[in-house]
Write a protein that binds this ligand. Structure first.
Ligand code: BGC
Length: 732
């Protein structure tokens, strides 16, 4: 029987090494480490990324820095270096235990000279103490002779940029304290300091010689042992990482050393780890019966989200690729608010709150962006990192021809993120009932983004004959909606309607605040200049915003979309490229093929405001026009939910499968870059909002189950206004 808590590879596949590294990422919400091999392999992409540790980088502005490599472990059998790139591999198995977050690899290997051994590597990033990383290697030799182990903390760590690598660490100090090796380094641009401490112990045989090598940037413990055939030797390596984001600079090294010397035994640390993970799964586990693949894949996606989720830090967010790869440089997008937040708001409100507080802390950056563009209020950056400034690269190399640069406009005109953040703040409040946070932070997010939308709206007095306001309308021109194949469009329906929602919600929020927290209301009215005149303007924008809907309910994604050339997506199959790669950047702008189902995402978010008939018309229209396989990975989860809404269970399951397999099966061929976080968290939404049909209304929560036919049971928990609720559904 398959273990539905374990992801296992039984073959070593060097062709797909980096994909496996992404899948076997471990972490603890403070940092993550890709599943690269301890001993290294040519072409590996070893990386440990810490939340908030950004440094300047050309083109991409800022990126999460690859931390010193704590995995480095060189093993020599009678003088020959253990490496899967040489000798003979006789057995291989790599397993990620989702229940405990422990990654294990067991290898039987024979050196070129014929010395064999079984090596078992285990590692975890402690969830009980997030500064702590533990690794152990059990070597069972089939020979008699010398075993040599080098355990290093290697600050020669680089960020991969395809054609080049970037080194971010500047050496400051290293040495020994309390029998631990330490290292102190600093990022070149941002000046963040990081201390690492390293301690090793050997069990099973007497150590012949032990030494500490102080090679600059790479403190290394070296151990030599005489081994006998069949007698296992266990090498344990404990590492702690601490940064100047966590403690005072003069306490850095001592703190790292304290963490690493506080570990008594591997077993004790593992027991704490297991208990910590048990608490996570207690809240977040999803049970599926009748579909083993979906069961395991859902847990895998949840695991990847849980290891990326900051538990003790409200100054950081989750990047589009979590902390599991270099894709998107660790930058955060609307992916967090629209795709990830529901999972956390419903199962882990403390995490959701941290993520939203990060946005609140970054209001100054959003205000500066609005001002720089000539607007008022808060305009959040499309891509966000440490400071909340816009960090979308303006130019990037063309995907097909690296001698050409492509202008990226999303940072300039993909506006909807500001409404998405307001939406997530309001949703969090609805689910949790966390009035305190809403009063202190959520309300300000909603009000100041509304202020932006009102100032960004353009009045067009002579847009004749268009409802709702013949004789003049407000519009948002020159924007990019969620479907990024179409740039510089006018009146993207998603953007317009979410802006209107933001403004409406701001008025409700202010009315609520005046009632429930009058002092705060007065403070915000003063601080944000919410005069009667301004509020009247907001109401006018709400009333006269251009939001055309055809008589049959069909919504045009943006002005002129219906006039674009239709494409026959079926005729393009089989394909391995996105519509944009096939038609080119300019060409994709000219055709109806879309990257993600822009209108349907809106209908999902504001579902209660649209009729079933309208949803159906739009589902039928946009489904064949959407690039489901090679467009945005954000799309399939929403498609699955909408297919549930229109009563197409087979379609729903197909879209769900695409989302839930995105990384495990590398559906898009780019899982090397890291986990598709929005898709991973989106699978929780499909399960809850799609298959279980969970909805909140003013009088509480309701279910409208539509399980896939072959599912026997679906069960999960969520926390509604402080009380845990259990959902347990069967086909009956
Ligand atoms: C998608 C965006 C998304 C970004 C990060 C892009 O390809 O079009 O919607 O925010 O990736 O995941």
């Amino acid at each position: 029987m398959t273990d539905l808590w374990a992801v296992t590879h039984t073959q070593f596949d060097p062709q797909h090494l980096q994909h496996a590294e992404t899948i076997f990422t471990i972490g603890n919400g403070y940092l993550s480490t890709r599943g690269a091999f301890e001993e290294g392999y040519p072409g590996d992409e070893r990386a440990t990324l810490l939340h908030g540790v950004f440094d300047d980088a050309p083109m991409v502005m800022t990126e999460l820095v690859n931390a010193p490599d704590w995995l480095a472990l060189t093993i020599r059998l009678n003088g020959e270096r253990f490496s899967l790139a040489q000798g003979t591999l006789e057995a291989f198995e790599q397993t990620l235990d989702l229940k405990t977050g422990v990654l294990t690899r067991t290898v039987r290997w024979r050196s070129p000279a014929g010395d064999g051994a079984t090596l078992k590597f285990e590692r975890f990033a402690s969830l009980a103490n997030e500064h702590l990383l533990l690794l152990r290697c059990t070597v069972t030799p089939e020979f008699e002779g010398l075993l040599e182990i080098h355990a290093a903390l290697d600050a020669h760590a680089y960020n991969e940029h395809g054609a080049y690598r970037l080194a971010h660490w500047h050496w400051l100090d290293q040495g020994e304290r309390r029998k631990a090796a330490y290292l102190l380094v600093r990022t070149h641009g941002t000046g963040l300091k990081l201390a690492g401490a390293l301690r090793c112990q050997i069990n099973g045989t007497a150590v012949q010689a032990q030494d500490m090598w102080h090679a600059t940037m790479v403190p290394t413990q070296v151990v030599q042992l005489e081994v006998k055939a069949g007698q296992p030797v266990v090498a344990e390596k404990f590492v702690a990482l601490v940064t100047s984001r966590d403690v005072e600079v003069d306490r850095l090294v001592d703190t790292a050393v304290e963490h690493v010397t506080a570990v008594t035994t591997w077993e004790a640390a593992l027991a704490a780890q297991t208990a910590a993970w048990q608490a996570e799964w207690e809240r977040c586990n999803v049970i599926v019966e009748g579909d083993d693949e979906a069961q395991l894949a859902l847990r895998f996606n949840l695991f990847q989200m849980l290891i990326a989720a900051p538990r003790h830090d409200d100054r950081v967010n989750i990047g589009a690729k979590t902390l599991s790869g270099f894709g998107y440089c660790g930058h955060s997008f609307w992916d967090t608010e629209i795709f990830m937040l529901p999972l956390f708001s419903y199962t882990s409100p403390h995490i959701a709150r941290n993520l939203l507080t990060y946005r609140w802390r970054n209001l100054p950056g959003a205000r500066a962006k609005a001002r720089a563009n000539g607007f008022e209020g808060a305009q959040f950056p499309w891509e966000s990192a440490a400071t909340g400034e816009e960090v979308t690269p303006t130019w990037v190399p063309h995907f097909a021809d690296r001698t050409q640069l492509v202008r990226i406009w999303t940072g300039d005109i993909e506006l909807h993120i500001s409404a998405d953040i307001a939406y997530a703040a309001q949703q969090y409040w609805q689910v949790t009932g966390d009035d305190e946070w809403f009063i202190q932070q959520g309300a300000e997010l909603i009000l100041d983004t509304a202020k932006f939308w009102a100032s960004r709206a353009e009045w067009h007095p002579d847009r004749a004959g268009v409802p709702p306001a013949a004789g003049g309308v407000y519009e948002y021109r020159d924007v990019i909606g969620p479907d990024e194949y179409h740039e510089h469009v006018d009146n993207n329906f998603y953007t317009n309607r979410m802006a209107q929602w933001n403004l409406q919600t701001a008025l409700h929020t202010l009315a609520w605040l005046k009632n429930q927290a009058p002092d705060k209301a007065q403070q915000l009215i003063g601080q944000l200049d919410l005069s009667e005149q301004r509020l009247a303007h907001w109401q006018a924008v709400i009333d006269k915003l251009y939001l055309p809907v055809q008589p049959n309910g069909l919504i045009e994604q943006f002005d002129g979309y219906f006039q674009l050339r239709e494409i026959d997506a079926a005729a393009l199959e089989p394909r391995s490229q996105s519509f944009q790669q096939i038609f080119g950047i300019a060409g994709a702008n000219e055709v109806q093929g879309i990257k993600q189902p822009d209108v349907l995402i809106l209908l999902h978010l504001l579902r209660s405001e649209f009729s079933a008939a309208l949803v159906r018309v739009n589902y039928d229209y946009y489904t064949p026009r959407t690039d489901h396989t090679y467009g945005s990975s954000l799309g399939p989860a929403i498609m699955a939910i909408m297919a549930c809404e229109v009563g197409l269970p087979a379609d729903a399951y197909e879209h769900f499968r695409r989302a839930v397999r995105a990384d495990l099966h590398d559906v898009r061929g780019n899982a090397d870059d890291g986990i598709h976080a929005a898709s991973a968290a989106g699978t929780w939404q499909v399960m809850a909002f799609g298959f279980a049909g969970l909805r909140l209304t003013p009088d509480g929560w309701h279910l409208h189950p539509r399980l896939p036919q072959h599912w026997k049971r679906l069960s999960f928990k969520f926390c509604y206004r402080g009380e845990w609720q259990t959902v347990d559904l069967t086909q009956e």
